[in-house]
Design a protein around this ligand. Sequence first.
Ligand SMILES: *Cc1c(COP(=O)(O)O)cnc(C)c1O
Length: 464
Amino acid sequence: MDLERWLIESVAHHRQWEAGFASFERHPSLEISDETFANAFGEFTKRLEGNYPYFHPHYVGQMLKPPHPAATVGYLAAMLINPNNHSADGGPATTEMEIEAVDKLAEMFGLRAHLGHLTSSGTAANLEALYVARQSHPGKGVAYSEDAHYTHERMCGVLGMAGYPVRTDGYGRIDLNAVADLADSGVIGSLVLTAGSTGLGAVDRIDEAIELKRRFGLRLHVDAAYGGFFSILAGERAGQARQLIDPTPWLAIKECDSIVVDPHKHGLQPYGCGAVLFTDPDVARFYLHDSPYTYYTPSEHHLGEISLECSRGGASAAALWLTLRLLPPTPEGLGAPLAAGLRATRKLAAALDDSSAFAVYQRPELDILAFYPRAPGSLTGIDRASGAVLEAGMSAADTPVFLSVLRVSAGEFGRRHPGIDADADGARLLRSVVMKPEVESEVGTIRRRLEELCGRWRDHIDQG
Ligand SMILES: *Cc1c(COP(=O)(O)O)cnc(C)c1O
């Protein structure tokens, strides 16, 4: 699709819609001349050039990429109206879109009955899930893995709940035996399972955790902010792509109590789009409040009644609705770019492990790969080399490659690679989030560039 064409059509359609109402004078206080605007815009666009090229397949650093053009057009078209999905009268059309988009997300996880809505972020969505956990299991704490997103510890603090970080195994998955001990001692009422950890893309054994729900009555919350859309590849219909992931944990998600997924991570959306889903619609009772000033239209759809946030951009719902209309959460739709990212990650892992310069930290489960420069032999050496390759990669004048770093403890490292001299309490590793399907055909180039950068750094060390 031609982005320019549809952006212009969006504005044209908006003008036409406005013209259907009585004309009026725009207030002069808001008028800005094109000449004045041009000056400010010139300065503004110059400043935007200070960003890293998130769109490029050689940017394999953090969880960043531009939205799909369909999302951009959907967002802009709705934003010109600027509806607020806090209530149905704040955004009647986009509220309908939100309900339909959330239904599709629920269907993706195999949920039947559900209650859910979009949020401004995964953080807000997780806060809601933990808030409901607190209301349904008063006085009890929450367990989450040491590799879970830091938001869980923070939000436990906000909610006045005790948080229990639990150790992970050699794959970065929560140790469910340790969780069982905590549950047995009676201190926890809820367990957060991560489906795609932010650092390593590790997927907790959700299927095995279901047993803890039965045994101890634990409330299970799945933080799939990053990984949620990979559920698409876990079903029978995923065909060949299904071999790229272990479907078992994903298929158990529907038996949990709440789920968070971020359409602004793998759902091709601009930032400002998270989602929370509850499998028991009855949790609405924990939200009930009376807002006298917004609910004047009698309707069954007041999303504001089941949300902790008040104003929420209708444009986010519109963008997601339009994207899912074109690229639905099916193996052929949104599943296709996700599968390409997984293949690219596997290829990159194999290519790096095969090289003399790098070693893979652990086998990637999703599309996040952690690896480290092989030569230095000690944690201090690995840390320095990782930092040097990161820096050299992004500042290279010719074909820069953008990575990120992940800090791991000496214990975590030693568990996976016992031969390395643990001369520090931890080290930075290199980390790649391979979120763009275009990376698949660039793996060879990326590997070659990384080897060159590592080689240059070693020469530098040898000379120094
Ligand atoms: C990104 C992420 C979050 C936080 O979501 P935001 O949208 O950044 O607020 C929470 N959990 C996991 C697993 C994440 O990857």
